[in-house]
Design a protein around this ligand. Structure first.
Ligand SMILES: [Zn+2]
Length: 250
């Protein structure tokens, strides 16, 4: 249980984690705090946006929302190139109702690979108000299970979630997908949340600005030539030693 970070602390945590940020309008004060509480905070929810035409259009939709679902629809929108658009801060319409068993597992950070299955969604009796308990990131993806998730975007998602965990002293088990919270939701689709939690857990073992090392490059022709020339020198040296030994024996 934690008091929400201030908007500035939230932004600084994301920046320290190496993220490129875009501040959209008066995001620091754009919220739905007049409709309910924001906090105590217990975790981070990861979403996919679903169908979109342009990234800019989706970012502005996440600011304004619709008549049925007024914005902000999250705190940060994560673009396919890994940029994070800050669209609101405070209570946001992103999580909806969810399962208290999941919330308790997130608070205890006690589960193994996945939290218990959710059996509640928005409007269900006994559902918990997720908009007061979770930070939310909407990640731009059609959500059809076919559009790929670029590595840059997945890396940015892990950075954003890790930044919040780091700021609150939480582990990666405080990071869940919307589908793990609300049983009416399919998102995020196209990767598994356990793999995202593994990325976040790895980040939390390092400094905030850590970048995972790229895979070792394949040997190039010139590096192979260099190795062959080194081997030739070693063979030549061995030959010299043999000649010297033969002289001693003789
Ligand atoms: Zn969602």
């Amino acid at each position: 249980m934690a008091a929400p970070l201030t908007a500035t602390a939230f932004m600084n945590a994301l920046r320290a984690e190496g993220l490129a940020l875009v501040e959209v309008g008066s995001w620091k004060t754009h919220n739905r705090n007049s409709k309910g509480s924001f906090g105590p905070l217990n975790g981070v929810i990861v979403h996919h946006t679903g169908p979109y035409t342009t990234e800019a259009g989706m970012v502005s939709y996440c600011v304004s929302g619709s008549q049925a679902l007024p914005g902000p629809l999250c705190h940060g929108v994560i673009g396919r190139d890994g940029k994070v658009y800050l669209v609101g801060y405070g209570r946001a319409n992103h999580a909806g109702g969810g399962d208290n068993d999941v919330l308790n597992a997130v608070i205890a950070e006690s589960y193994a690979t996945n939290p218990p299955a959710t059996n509640k969604g928005e409007g269900d009796p006994g559902a918990v108000d997720g908009n007061s308990r979770f930070y939310g990131f909407e990640c731009i993806n059609k959500g059809d299970g076919r559009e790929p998730w670029p590595e840059k975007q997945l890396d940015a998602m892990a950075r954003a979630a890790a930044a919040i965990c780091r700021a609150h002293g939480w582990t990666a088990k405080s990071v869940i997908g919307h589908l793990e919270w609300n049983d009416q939701k399919p998102d995020p689709k196209g990767f598994i949340m356990a793999s995202m939690r593994a990325r976040v857990a790895e980040r939390l073992k390092h400094q905030a600005n850590w970048t995972p090392s790229a895979p070792a490059p394949a040997p190039t022709a010139s590096s192979m030539e260099a190795r062959i020339s080194l081997l030739e020198k070693l063979v030549a040296a061995q030959e010299k030693r043999l000649v010297a030994l033969e002289k001693v024996v003789a």
